[in-house]
Design a protein around this ligand. Structure first.
Ligand code: UDP
Ligand code: MG
Length: 324
């Protein structure tokens, strides 16, 4: 492909009508100062508000804008994946639409990239305007993931990052149905570095990550990068069997040397409850993995595009096989 695109910005968008124009304006102001050759790829992840028409309107006004409309909501991580699939820049930035990731950091990322780093990710030092629960759960999640994961995934780092086109090309070959993009990028390797920032408050609108989506993201992250939860069954089994073995001596002792053998209802019930609990927990963990394996096996496409605006069709199909 003879494309001289220097920088692509991928922006996943789900019901962001209140903030979209401000985001666009701030992004364009920053990008103009960096290069004339940039594209803004907005991935509309099945929004049901005015997002779709705002994006199409922006596209009419500005040829830098490209828009992909999904056929329904596929989720933040999949929207990022699609945007990266179709980005043609030598460097590709991923940024949220809600201005929590300040676009003004992009020049610092570009500088590191030009100095030779292939991935520059932004590490959050402070998260402003977020609930105690969100901050606390994020803190616990990132640390748990770091302990569990076989691939080192940097803590307190979201998807706000710049990737070289080589990294994007490799990322396109990672085809997972429940993608955890920041983990995939760590897994790829390459020369990576971080910049630190203070995550701003959401400027308008409300979070599009309800608890349900947060839990799904965490389980995706952990199951894609660790088998430890599966091994839990073995550890629990061994521990419980060892306890049972010692308890056997106690029972035998009581039976042989005391007369108090009839009472025992309480201990039986307690043991039953604990064991059932453990068995169900372990089955649930195995189920999480099997469910994800099932999704891989079905070979469905990761996302479905309803309409793409601003790409030429050959480019749309060629990008995924881009091997130059
Ligand atoms: N988003 C998306 N699909 C979804 C949920 C969120 O594309 O199903 C986008 C959203 O529009 C935003 C980014 O992902 O640009 C991050 O979402 P949000 O700001 O709601 O998450 P939070 O910052 O609260 O974790
Ligand atoms: Mg946000």
């Amino acid at each position: 492909m003879t494309n001289q695109m220097e920088l692509s910005v991928v922006i996943p968008v789900f019901n962001e009508e209140e903030v979209l124009i401000s985001s666009y304006e701030r992004l364009v102001a920053v990008m103009r100062r960096l290069t004339a050759n940039f594209e803004l790829i907005f991935v509309n992840d099945g929004s049901i508000d005015g997002t779709r028409s705002i994006l199409n309107h922006l596209r009419e006004l500005d040829a830098h804008v490209r828009v992909i409309h999904f056929s329904r909501n596929f989720g933040h991580q999949i929207a990022i994946t699609a945007g990266v699939d179709y980005a043609s820049g030598a460097g590709v930035v991923v940024i949220d639409a809600d201005l929590q990731d300040p676009p003004e950091l992009i020049p610092a990322m570009v500088e590191k990239w030009r100095a030779g780093y292939q991935v520059v990710y932004a590490k959050r030092l402070i998260r402003k305007g977020e609930s105690f629960f969100k901050k606390f759960s994020a803190k616990v999640f990132y640390r748990a993931l770091e302990k569990l994961s076989d691939t080192p995934i940097p803590v307190d780092t979201g998807d706000f990052r710049l990737m070289d086109r080589k990294v994007c090309r490799a990322l396109r070959q990672v085809e997972e149905k429940n993608p955890f993009v920041r983990g995939q990028v760590s897994w790829l390797g390459f020369k990576q570095t971080e910049i630190e920032y203070e995550r701003d408050e959401r400027l308008y609108g409300t979070t599009k990550y309800p608890l349900r989506k947060m839990i799904k993201l965490s389980i995706d992250g952990i199951t894609s990068f660790s088998y430890l939860p599966l091994k839990l069954a073995t550890y629990l089994g061994v521990t419980v069997a060892a306890c049972g073995f010692f308890y056997m001596f106690f029972v035998l002792f009581q039976k042989l040397f005391t007369t108090a053998t009839v009472p025992g209802w309480a201990s039986i019930v307690i043991i039953q409850l604990i064991f059932f609990g453990i068995v169900l927990l372990v089955l649930g963990v195995i189920g999480e993995y099997i469910g994800r394996m099932y999704e891989e096996v079905k070979h469905r496409p990761l996302y479905v595009i309803d309409e793409a605006n601003g790409f030429d069709v050959s480019q749309l199909y060629a990008m995924k096989e881009d091997i130059k």
